[in-house]
Design a protein around this ligand. Structure first.
Ligand code: FE
Ligand code: CA
Length: 519
């Protein structure tokens, strides 16, 4: 679909003549910019967001889309967007403001990297465009790098299939008293519209830039998702469905897909991801590449390393079929992070002064056999299918004595707590890290507390401390002394308004690897 062709020119009172080409990188147009644009429809229907805080500021995001499901509904020219950051919700004391030129090349998305703010405090922000004002969002700066904060409160979540459930979990998450929300991927799903869900995708499986943009617009139309973004800064990474199920680097899960065509599709998916997320310009896509891995210090309390286990990995071994640990599971050339991300991560960890070293990532690191009994069911898509890189990373944590590694994981639509070891076959092998696997927000529908075979799976995998199959997110309270993870679950998502409860709580004491259930 070509955007904008359906637009009625009367909706625009353009202040300038036709535009020269807009500058792709900076958001600053090189030609004339529409300053007195007037739109019939609200351009802020996709809400507002903030992300990636540091001690001086954060990213502010919105995307102008008065007709989100009709190609956005913006004119094919750059548009001025005013932004304000205030110390108070009524904007009496504005501390920063500016003008951004939203360009059609990036779907009139707005990414502002605010600097010069005070550390460790909350701010309010809003945008103005086409004579209209956006909803107000809250964002915060992180504490200075050299101080030890008394507490960090975060939630991590993933997997929000639009058709399979309402975003009740996000409705509750937005109400929590948190410093940041970490989203571990499957923010959208690429599949076609299907019947029998609680609501419906539009169209076929998405492959073009316009289709990816429209899918983001659909997901972002949800009021609970918007409220959760407006309430706090987010730290986002992707999993597979932002592009294509179980892809590995440049390789489709399907046989016979042309690699060049697949990379063109990846370029479209990655660009739409950037356009729709509160990411810094370091994540601007370059063709089919987008650098998403990065690390954020929360004072000396925690270092949040955000990983990308999709873009650089080698193909899943053994045809991506769940099974025993044989064959290419042990390939010495297998990669999960890719060499440069792995090198970067090691450097970050070695230099980290933090009490807690967090790896916010996608696929489960605990090597769990999911088939009870003598048969083996290891996932070939998770770290269990990539034995050499898994051992390399966990050995690094052990040998370099990295302080208190905490792995946060999404992807599999159920909750787990795992002690991580280099050698899972040795019950007496030391625990080198703790992994909290969070369930889905909505993917998979209502779910249930336990599933058949789980007691036996737990017995056969003694490093596993917990399983739950409901929907929700994990709330974490982090202090210099301990990390507490509360598994927050809702009993149903196929109807709205489910209540939330803490199903279980686990604690890790600083200096001692391994989680203990405390509630
Ligand atoms: Fe998912
Ligand atoms: Ca996934």
């Amino acid at each position: 679909m070509k955007p904008h062709t359906s637009l009625d020119r009367r909706h625009f009172l353009l202040g300038s003549a036709a535009l020269a080409s807009a500058c792709w990188l900076s958001g600053k147009a090189t030609g004339a910019v529409a300053r007195r644009l007037s739109l019939q429809d609200d351009p802020f229907q996709m809400g507002v967001a903030s992300g990636d805080p540091d001690e001086h500021g954060f990213v502010l995001w919105t995307r102008l889309a008065p007709r989100p499901f009709e190609g956005g509904g913006m004119p094919d020219q750059a548009v001025e967007v005013g932004w304000e950051v205030a110390a108070d919700e009524t904007f009496h004391s504005v501390v920063q403001k500016g003008i951004f030129h939203a360009t059609p090349a990036l779907a009139h998305s707005v990414h502002i990297e605010v600097v010069g703010l005070k550390p460790d405090r909350w701010y309010f922000y809003r945008f103005h465009a086409a004579g209209q004002t956006s909803p107000v969002g809250r964002a915060r700066t992180f504490p200075r790098r050299d101080v030890m904060p008394s507490q960090l409160r975060l939630a991590f979540a993933s997997c929000q299939h639009y058709e399979q459930g309402f975003y009740t979990s996000l409705q509750h998450l937005a109400q929590e008293d948190l410093d940041i929300c970490i989203h571990l991927g499957d923010y959208i799903y690429e599949g076609p519209a299907r019947k029998n869900g609680v609501r419906q995708h539009q169209g076929r499986e998405i492959t073009t830039l316009e289709e990816y943009r429209q899918r983001f617009a659909l997901y972002r139309s949800d009021p609970h998702l918007q409220a959760a973004h407006a309430a706090m800064p987010w730290l986002v990474t992707w999993d597979d469905h932002e592009f294509d199920n179980n892809y590995a680097g440049e390789i489709s899960e399907e046989e016979g897909i042309d690699r060049a065509a697949f990379l063109r599709r990846r370029e479209a998916a990655y660009q739409a991801y950037y356009e729709n997320m509160p990411l810094r310009s370091s994540a601007l896509p370059a063709g089919p590449q987008l650098r998403l891995f990065r690390s954020l210090p929360f004072g000396r309390l925690a270092q949040l390393a955000v990983l990308d286990t999709r873009q650089y990995r080698t193909d899943q071994p053994n045809g991506d079929k769940r099974g025993p640990l044989v064959g290419d599971v042990f390939s010495p050339t297998a990669e999960m992070l890719g060499a440069s991300q792995e090198q970067w991560l090691q450097t970050e960890l070695l230099q980290s002064p933090a009490t807690w070293n967090v790896l916010a990532q996608q696929v489960m690191m605990g090597r769990i056999d999911r088939i009870p009994g003598p048969e083996f069911g290891y996932s070939m898509d998770q770290w269990s299918g990539y034995d050499v890189p898994r051992r390399r990373l966990l050995s690094f944590l052990e040998e370099q004595k990295i302080a208190n590694p905490i792995v946060l994981t999404g992807d599999i639509h159920c909750s787990w707590v795992n002690d991580l070891k280099v050698d899972f076959d040795r019950p007496d092998a030391p625990v080198v890290a703790t992994e909290f696997v969070g369930t889905s927000l909505s993917s998979g529908g209502d779910g249930q507390d336990q599933h058949e075979g789980v007691p036996q799976i737990l017995a056969e995998n003694p490093f596993v401390k917990f399983y739950n199959g409901q929907r929700g997110y994990v709330r974490c309270t982090v202090t210099p002394e301990r990390w507490v993870a509360d598994y927050r679950v809702v009993p149903f998502v196929t109807r709205p308004d489910a209540p939330i409860q803490t199903r279980a709580s686990f604690a890790v004491a600083a200096g001692q690897c391994g989680a203990e259930q405390i509630a």
